[in-house]
Ligand binder design. Structure first.
Ligand code: AMP
Ligand code: GLC
Length: 465
């Protein structure tokens, strides 16, 4: 090991410990967070190679293999389903396809799951912020059947109801209804997972989405009619779930109609000076993606990974920059973040990728970096346990070594930009960079991105208070 690395390890270790302590002490400063819109049930199955091979043989192996590299991107038959799963395994890539066939939905339910968890970015963040960080959290839940409500953990997690004109916040478990069960079937596989002659280059998951509500960003009446009263209860909002929008729906609705409703709610948040974060999940439709970029000026902050940042560069930058971002070029990623900030005026951009995070902000302060460090501990805890249940699991992540593969990047940023302790002063902007903690055999991968973005956004706000 390089001698200078020993020093670097010590420095980051100290910063991690300090950031953790400071952030957990500050979290009680946050009075309320709103998370909307997508909540669903994640039915997680850890794939078994033999079982999968048999199912593929039964459904028609040859045709399925033909579809692996001609992906239908949606599921109308069992062949599509298995092609999607095999494709994800082959490339080690996450994918999410919508299940259009009732018959396949029946099959998925029967095939079953190993574990049910709350899903959707909003649902996952509610369990984290309310259940683990103990911050009062109001969550948008499109449907609230008992199966889903019971997946919310105990804690200050609230579902708004209006009874005889009276506004009440109750735990989702206290307000269940005969709603639809919005199930996303998640097939997880570890790195090296083998099926036929395919071997997964890294751990990941395929999602078969059987949920008609979140697909059109369904908004509950309470949110449509009483949004201001809900917003008045919080000091932060995190918006997600817009990635699934389609250009047109069968009833004539378009993504524009839906985004208009969202924009009206953002206007309310802005009038109330509530800082808002947009979690930018991968948005396949380019028109929707462009509309989302145009909406970013209404948010304070945005969170994205390398695939998402590259997909935005294809629209506002160029294909070369997009490719460089995808290939993990840190300088290209910084350029891309600047470009996104120039184009949208957004005040904070949080980029996360395997091994390091960066935040570009139009303000300065060590809190930005410390919140990223806290988020990396939460992410590592989540990767280790699958589901985060308490702050001790976050604290335990302090013992995971800091990712040394990011140290050469630290060195080049120190050389090129005079970075000091992860912070670069760019006069009117600041860039914070941190090497993260990587768990070598994560229990599951779904929801880590949500954990990172919400922990960093809320943590930073708490530290600034
Ligand atoms: P997303 O790409 O939004 O789903 O978020 C995934 C993020 O989770 C990546 O960018 C990594 O930063 C983080 N991550 C993935 N795998 C691990 C792991 N094994 N240990 C720690 N963090 C991880
Ligand atoms: C997407 C999926 C959902 C999952 C979430 C995790 O929203 O539809 O099932 O829980 O991503 O980030």
């Amino acid at each position: 090991m390089k001698e200078s690395y020993k020093e670097t390890i010590r420095t980051w270790k100290g910063m991690y410990v300090n950031a953790f302590e400071r952030t957990i002490n500050a979290l009680p400063e946050v009075e309320g967070v709103l998370v909307a819109y997508n909540t669903n049930i994640d039915a997680i199955k850890y794939l078994n190679g033999e079982e999968l091979e048999m199912a593929v043989e039964n459904a028609g192996k040859e045709e399925i293999f033909g579809l692996v590299d001609n992906p239908p991107e949606r599921i109308t038959s069992l062949k599509d389903l298995f092609a999607g799963i095999l494709r994800s395994i082959k490339y080690g890539k996450a994918a999410e396809w919508f299940v259009e066939s009732g018959e396949v939905r029946g099959y998925l339910r029967e095939w079953g799951w190993d574990e049910l968890r709350i899903g959707g970015q909003a649902g996952i963040m509610a369990n984290l912020l309310g259940g683990v960080y103990r911050i009062p959290t109001i969550v948008h839940v499109p449907q609230n059947p008992p199966l889903q409500a019971n997946l919310f953990v105990d804690g200050p997690i609230y579902f708004p109801i209006f009874e005889n004109g009276e506004f009440k916040l109750v735990h989702p478990k206290m307000a269940t209804e005969e709603g639809n069960e919005l199930i996303h079937y998640i097939y997880e596989f570890p790195r090296g997972f083998k099926v036929f002659d395919i071997e997964a280059p890294r751990e990941n998951r395929f999602i078969a989405n059987a949920d008609d509500y979140n697909a059109r960003v369904y908004m509950r009446r309470e949110f449509r009619e009483h949004f201001k009263r809900i917003a008045e209860r919080v000091d932060l909002a995190i918006i997600s779930g817009l990635q699934v929008l389609k250009e047109h729906y069968l009833d004539g609705t378009t993504y524009r109609d839906i985004l208009q409703r969202v924009e009206a709610q953002l206007n309310v948040l802005n009038r109330l000076n509530i800082e808002s974060h947009f979690e930018f999940a991968y948005t396949p439709n380019e028109k929707v993606r462009e509309a989302l970029i145009n909406m970013l000026n209404k948010f304070t902050s945005v969170g994205l990974n390398e695939v998402e940042l590259a997909s935005l560069m294809r629209i506002i930058g160029d294909d070369t920059l997009a490719e460089e971002v995808l290939h993990g070029d840190v300088f290209a990623s910084i350029d891309a973040m600047h470009l996104l900030m120039d184009e949208t005026g957004i005040k904070r951009i949080h980029f996360h990728t395997y091994g390091y995070y960066m935040a570009l902000t139009q303000y300065h302060g060590e809190e930005v970096r410390d919140a990223l460090l806290f988020a990396a501990l939460a992410a590592a805890g989540k990767a280790m346990h699958g589901d985060l249940q308490n702050l001790n699991q976050v604290r335990d992540a302090l013992s995971i070594p800091t990712n040394e593969r990011a140290f050469p990047m630290v060195e080049s940023l120190e050389r090129e930009f005079n970075m000091e302790r992860g912070i670069i002063d760019m006069t009117d902007r600041q860039l914070a960079f941190i090497p993260t903690k990587i768990v070598s055999s994560p229990k599951s991968t779904v929801g880590i991105g949500d954990t990172i973005s919400s922990s960093a956004f809320v943590g930073e706000f708490a530290l600034r208070r």
